[in-house]
Design a protein. Structure first.
Length: 161
């Protein structure tokens, strides 16, 4: 049903397919296999669509997916890890998303919310993860194009493998 997109697919898994994890407020959360070149909208369809009343404005449904990516639907905008490196976040209403951002599971959008990381660097992190089969340690973040010593020092306490 999805129309093929022009150009080469960004990181296909075996057999010209990618595998993504769709979680959050969708009808059928879980692991879904999609054709290479699939977009976020295709993953949402595979997960049965968003539950009624869920706001999708923060999700770029036209973005191409990468193999191994996670799409979280209905999560509050902005991460709880935004700028604080210690102490409890004010107004923590039992949000299960507190803690370090996973370099192996975070989406480009989630990585983009880290201090000093914009959409281009977030994409570099995802590309590195795809090309190297994931991060075995936070120290591997130093190998990503655009991460120097200072940026690594800022990010190290906020991320995990």
């Amino acid at each position: 049903m999805p129309e093929p997109s022009p150009g080469p697919p960004p990181a296909a898994g075996p057999g010209g397919h990618i595998v993504v994890d769709v979680s959050g407020k969708v009808r059928r959360p879980g692991i879904h296999q999609l054709p290479s070149g699939a977009r976020v909208a295709d993953a949402l369809r595979a997960a049965g669509g968003a539950r009624p009343g869920v706001d999708l404005t923060g999700i770029n449904r036209a973005r191409l997916l990468m193999d191994g990516e996670q799409i979280v639907v209905g999560a509050p905008p902005g991460p709880p890890v935004a700028g604080s490196t210690g102490g409890a976040a004010p107004g923590g209403s039992g949000s299960p998303t507190t803690g370090p951002v996973s370099l192996n599971r975070a989406t480009v959008e989630q990585l983009d919310t880290l201090p000093g990381v914009g959409p281009v660097l977030a994409q570099h992190i995802v590309d590195y993860r795809t090309q190297h089969g994931g991060f075995r340690s936070v120290d591997e973040l130093r190998e990503v194009n655009g991460i120097g010593d200072r940026r690594f020092a800022d990010l190290q306490p906020l991320v995990g493998p």
